[in-house]
Design a protein. Structure first.
Length: 71
């Protein structure tokens, strides 16, 4: 069984601690869901699935700078 855990303002944590937290949660089959208003590429790079809300409440995949779009 997998669980989802939400954590608001993940950016408030040091990126090293975020990495350790993600590793700990993954070992225990817990998926972390978080949201923060300003994208932080270092933290976002640790997530496989990244989304952003665009104008008109449209959900889109968030791409990091230099990341190629999937065809």
């Amino acid at each position: 069984m997998e669980l989802a855990w939400s954590l608001d303002e993940l950016r408030d944590l040091d990126s090293g601690n975020v990495q350790l937290l993600l590793e700990l949660l993954a070992r225990n089959k817990i998926n972390l869901v978080s949201a923060f208003p300003d994208p932080d590429p270092e933290i976002l790079s640790m997530f496989k699935h990244r989304y952003t809300i665009q104008e008109g409440r449209k959900v889109a995949t968030f791409r990091l700078p230099g990341e190629a779009a999937h065809v």
